[in-house]
Design a binder for this molecule. Structure first.
Ligand code: PGA
Length: 242
């Protein structure tokens, strides 16, 4: 299973060092991967500090061009150059606040995979979509192109994150997570695709065990609760014996 911490625009180098100092004591359950995704400014340092620990360091996004005049963006080659072997793509905050579309997310995925970066690709519906009964249609729109091209690519992991549950403290109910993960699984199966699916959206130590126990939930993409080492360990503890 995977516990992936999306650190968004949090942490300075001092805070990063403190996290990695404490992470030396992490007790990681067997077969669990720990990933953190810090800001681009911290990627090199995080990769250096992660050496000899059980933590992998991913980027938060990756541009579709190899290089060029794209101010504020990071290329796959630059991510690799910082020592990272993976990246998030399509996070809802990118889609919501930075006008990323299904098309740009697809292009970013193509570029990342071309450079052999592992990808955690995020999908999820907004509250209005769910209220209007459009969750599945929205997910299908977000998935259809990427499934076609990357169906047999084991270096793509999906993260289902209902947008209304991200950073809001509102977690989707276990039934909602189960039903939506089941729908995604059957959609993937119809398309001969066996990606693993993470859940994200207000995952906390007090709800993660129940969510991660669902057969279709392969772990979590976690924002707030991944920032402090103690809380990260508490998330890992939820996966013991699963
Ligand atoms: P959250 O964020 O756990 O703080 O809700 C999740 C995410 O944005 O991936």
């Amino acid at each position: 299973m995977i516990v992936a911490g999306n650190w968004k625009m949090f942490k300075t180098s001092k805070e990063l060092k403190e996290f990695f100092r404490l992470s030396k004591e992490f007790k990681v359950p067997t077969n669990v991967r720990c990933i953190v995704a810090p800001s681009p400014t911290l990627l090199t340092l995080a990769n250096q500090l992660s050496e000899g620990t059980s933590i992998e360091v991913f980027a938060q996004n990756c541009h579709w061009e190899e290089q060029g005049a794209f101010t504020g963006e990071t290329s796959a080659a630059q991510i690799l150059d910082c020592g990272s072997k993976g990246t998030l793509i399509g996070h809802s905050e990118r889609r919501q606040y930075f006008a990323e579309s299904n098309e740009t997310c697809f292009k970013r995925l193509q570029a990342a995979r071309k450079a052999d970066l592992e990808v955690i690709f995020c999908v999820g519906e907004q509250l209005k979509d769910r209220e209007q009964g459009k969750t599945e249609a929205v997910l299908e729109e977000q998935l259809k192109d990427i499934v076609k091209e990357f169906r047999s690519d084991s270096k793509v992991t999906l993260a289902y994150e209902p947008v209304w549950a991200i950073g809001t403290g509102v977690t989707a109910t276990v039934e909602q997570v189960r039903d939506t993960h089941n729908w995604i699984r059957s959609y993937l199966e119809k398309n001969d695709c066996a990606w693993k699916i993470l859940y994200g959206g207000s995952v906390k130590p007090n709800n993660f065990k129940e969510l991660a126990s669902l057969p279709e939930v392969f772990g979590g993409l976690v924002g707030g609760a991944s920032l402090e080492a103690a809380s990260f360990q508490a998330l890992l503890d939820c996966l013991t014996d699963l």
